[in-house]
Design a protein around this ligand. Structure first.
Ligand SMILES: [Zn+2]
Length: 254
């Protein structure tokens, strides 16, 4: 596995920082590779498990993405610990826009036309931004309850050592990347769209659970419990927004 890299390593993986993790055994590491003066790069071998600390630094991003889609623990560790990928806020806004578009298109299901000019015109309507606000509220409820639960549960399990919230928020938002799939599901609308949307939701929740498990190195049960609690609060907020007399959705659509 020790080899001179056949292509330049990306800037985000050759940064000088401590606090890397071995993607195989989760042991800490100070470097991912060593750069020798004669231009040879050697991947660092983990002292604990004797495997390369992070084999993904040589892999193509597409391979890493496929492994992340398959929810492989190693791929999640690579992305969350060994890269400085900081697109989580942009990704969050984009996935909220996708979610808003999905809700808005369901609202206008019957009157929707395939003309792109109509789509552009409709996005100017307040309803769209209202849907964006509701989606943001639900995401906040999801993340808030997951973080509160983990803060308390992990603090108790580890004798007061609480998780770093900033890193957890980044992991949660990055693992919501599957939400962008609602766009093709809405555009190529067919009879199986509700099934597709259900599967996308399941996929996003699975990714969230895996991200929590990797970040905290905790049991699958704890991460699933956190995600279920988040889903419950998200559903409660969604129901409150649509069912209560002062419904926000009604105010927006009237
Ligand atoms: Zn290791």
């Amino acid at each position: 596995m020790l080899a001179a890299s056949s292509r330049p390593l990306t800037g985000e993986t050759i940064m000088d920082k401590v606090g890397f993790r071995c993607i195989e055994c989760n042991e800490g590491a100070t470097e991912l590779h060593r750069d020798y003066s004669n231009g040879i790069l050697k991947i660092t071998i983990c002292e604990s498990c004797q495997k390369p600390v992070d084999k993904y630094i040589e892999y193509d991003p597409v391979i890493i993405l496929i492994d992340a889609i398959l929810c492989k623990t190693q791929a999640f560790r690579h992305i969350l610990f060994n890269t400085s990928l900081d697109i989580h806020w942009k990704l969050c806004v984009f996935s909220l826009l996708c979610e808003a578009y999905l809700r808005w298109s369901l609202l206008h299901g019957s009157e929707q036309s395939g003309d792109p000019a109509d789509i552009i015109r409709y996005t100017k309507e307040w309803e769209f931004y209202g849907m964006f606000g509701l989606a943001a509220l639900e995401l906040s409820a999801f993340c808030g309850s997951v973080l509160c639960f983990l803060w308390v549960a992990v603090g108790r399990l580890r004798g007061g050592a609480t998780p770093e919230l900033g890193l957890l928020v980044r992991a949660l938002l990055l693992s919501c990347y599957g939400k962008v799939l609602v766009i093709p599901a809405v555009i190529w609308e067919h009879d199986y769209s509700p099934l597709c949307l259900g599967l996308i939701k399941l996929f996003v929740l699975t990714s969230n659970s895996q991200a929590i498990r990797v970040m905290l190195n905790c049991s699958r049960r704890l991460s699933l419990l956190a995600v279920c609690l988040g889903l419950l609060s998200e559903t409660c907020v969604a129901q409150a927004c649509t069912k209560l007399p002062w419904s926000i959705q009604d105010m927006l659509t009237d």
